[in-house]
Design a protein around this ligand. Sequence first.
Ligand code: AMP
Length: 517
Amino acid sequence: MGIAVGIDLGTTNSAVSVVRPTGKPEVLKNKEGDSITPSVVLFQSFGGPDEPLVGEQAKRQAAAFPDDIVQHVKRYMGDPSWRFDSSSGAQYSAEEVSAIILKRLKEDAEIALGEEVTDAVITVPAYFDDARRTATKQAGQIAALNVLRVLNEPTAAALSYGIDADANGTVLVYDLGGGTFDVTILKIAGTEFEVIATDGDRNLGGFDFDNALMSYLNEELKKQGAPDALEDVALMASLREKAEFAKKALSTVPKTNVQFSANDQHYRVPLTREEFNEVTQSLMVRTQELVADVLEASKLTWDDIDKVLLVGGSTRMPAVRELVEQMSGKSPELDVNPDEAVALGAAIQATLEGDIEVSTEQVGSKATVESFLGGPVHISDVTSQALGVILIEADGVTEFNQVMIERNTKVPAKTELKTKTAYDRQTAVHVKVTQGDERDPQNVTIVGEGQLEIPVYPKGSPLRVSYEYDVDQTVVVEVHDLTANKSLGTIKIERVANLGEGELGEMEQKIGGMQIN
Ligand code: AMP
């Protein structure tokens, strides 16, 4: 095995980290010398196949080539209908675009380390569901990485926080990134990390703050006679750039001017932090509601929370700090780098999961990490989504969703359900795996289906169905024949939203052979 790295594959930015021989994790610089790489892909070709450009250079050209750029692809992970059509006529799934980013990260890490990178722990929002977790693992596979594990971002952040500070206590992680929001409560006791509850919104992040500001700026610009920028791809890309820039400026200064050009005309919109806070207020309120929900789910009050960690680039907005202080009556911890904490934690986990026995010149071994941290690390995480099975009511027709594993259950988790064969000479059990708490099948998502053959028994023969959530929060279903008292095996779940083995192999070849810059 080569080197195992930790990868924070973010909606807007990504970072790679390794544990050094001292046992301390460190973010690696990319080939441009930056510690973060924008998760942006520009599909360019020079008369031949696509030669995607990834990172800062791609981001800078977003406004100039709006049709050739892919940003925020993380939002589409696990969405089987999403495709990007490049100008050269090729089509890419979200997993492939993510794999292109991962491949660039892998190659840059190999340059920085001078050694081959083979394995990775990739982080995901705690609120990612089964389809999105599986899609992330598949993106790693397409990029020729052995994905040791997908790790929840807030858990990774807490892991890196736990190494530096006197972190013991109950910690709330407020993680507002580019595209997702997660809030997680965990207990840290030495090298034990126990997640108690998690909640979030995978469509709430800096991107939405940019969108809200863009709408406001567009209205102001129209009042000055500018064309509707939201109706024109190039103008919209330019306005997005200006909006994000202004948003970031307002994190440090109280007011700024937004300069905008269209049709050779120049416009200027003055903008204050108060105005920005006003147009984005509903988004802040949404995070506030989710924080309240997670506190309730954990059965804790603010008095029980010892520390608040802010993670994700969007927590640089002063409104976040104000909200957290106002809600909790506590000042957030300052010694967390919101851009790096997640990648650093992922590297710790990668080293613990990998099988590097001895430190090399570049990277540390599992033993060095443990001695640096002060002992073996134990992480216990919880499920972010309820998992269930579709059953049939006693009337023999009406379907309902039976929750098997509730939200915020510790993983790995296993539950069992006794059921019976539904009719005489039944030869197979068909299982529909659901995600969601509600009883009505209309209100839950079928994440996958699978079938297992059973011996021919009379109607009403007892079966036991067991669900197991592994540490990656992907589900394994097993059926027991209680007549013969033996396992009938595990069901291979065909995931509705994910790629099949054949497609994966083709994508590995397609992306593997690509020149990525
Ligand atoms: P992440 O995915 O954690 O890298 O977060 C990136 C998001 O943070 C993007 O939406 C950025 O616009 C946002 N961001 C980065 N720096 C700042 C800042 N100084 N003020 C406000 N938002 C920021």
